[in-house]
Design a protein around this ligand. Structure first.
Ligand SMILES: COc1nc(N)nc2c1ncn2[C@H]1C[C@H](O)[C@@H](COP(=O)(O)OP(=O)(O)OP(=O)(O)O)O1
Length: 191
């Protein structure tokens, strides 16, 4: 899938999709259930079903600003992608993800920026998500994502990731519209 992309030459970035595991272990020891108020940094009260909410950020700046997206950012020199995703989530929403697992990778090409994006899924974290100068976090039910305000191609792979599947993809954008969308699920997300 990546034969045409010299991925070693592309800048690397990360995304984290934190799923409320609701086995009583998610978060920092505080109960998952709350008063149902959106945007208070706590997953809304869950019904006991596994993985029923995911944390997205309304991004205030950078690539994909003014959209809902998983927290993440560009890999810094000397940093592993795992170190990057932990750092970026801490910087953007003030929590520590404890069990990030790489579940996907995609090449992104556009008019002004190309990258290889490493996608992580996590279920354990410490702290309470808080708004920062970069991001406004909110929990969303996994079956009610704000897809109209997200990258169009997220709808191709995010449900798979929230389901615990793996994927590889290649997305070419021009004028903010996807021109080429290729995706394989259930494959090792190497690179
Ligand atoms: C289709 O392409 C993309 N989809 C999604 N969902 N996310 C994408 C896509 N292309 C890039 N991204 C993400 C990957 C990273 O999380 C960010 C890019 O990094 P950002 O600009 O946020 O980098 P920072 O290091 O945080 O930025 P500063 O330069 O402001 O420090 O976009």
């Amino acid at each position: 899938m990546f034969e045409e992309d010299p991925v070693d030459d592309l800048p690397a970035a990360t995304l984290c999709h934190l799923v409320d595991g609701d086995d009583g272990a998610a978060g920092d020891g505080q109960p998952d259930g709350d008063d149902g108020a959106a945007g208070d940094g706590q997953p809304d009260g869950d019904d006991g079903a596994a993985g029923d909410e995911t944390l997205l950020i309304h991004k205030k700046r950078g690539v994909g600003s003014d959209q809902w997206v998983g927290p993440g950012g560009k890999v810094e020199p000397g940093e592993t992608v795992r170190e990057c995703v932990v750092r970026e989530v801490r910087e953007e929403v003030g929590i520590d993800v404890l069990d990030p697992e790489k579940v996907g990778v995609f090449v992104y090409r556009s008019d002004d920026w190309d990258a290889v994006v490493h996608v992580f899924r996590a279920t354990e974290y410490a702290g309470t998500p808080e708004e920062t100068e970069e991001a406004d976090p909110r929990w969303f039910p996994v079956d009610d994502l704000p897809l109209d305000e997200m990258w169009q191609t997220d709808r191709e792979w995010l449900p798979h990731v929230l389901d615990g599947e793996t994927f590889r993809g290649r997305f070419v954008y021009s004028d903010a519209e996807p021109q080429e969308v290729r995706i394989e699920t259930g494959v090792a997300p190497s690179l």
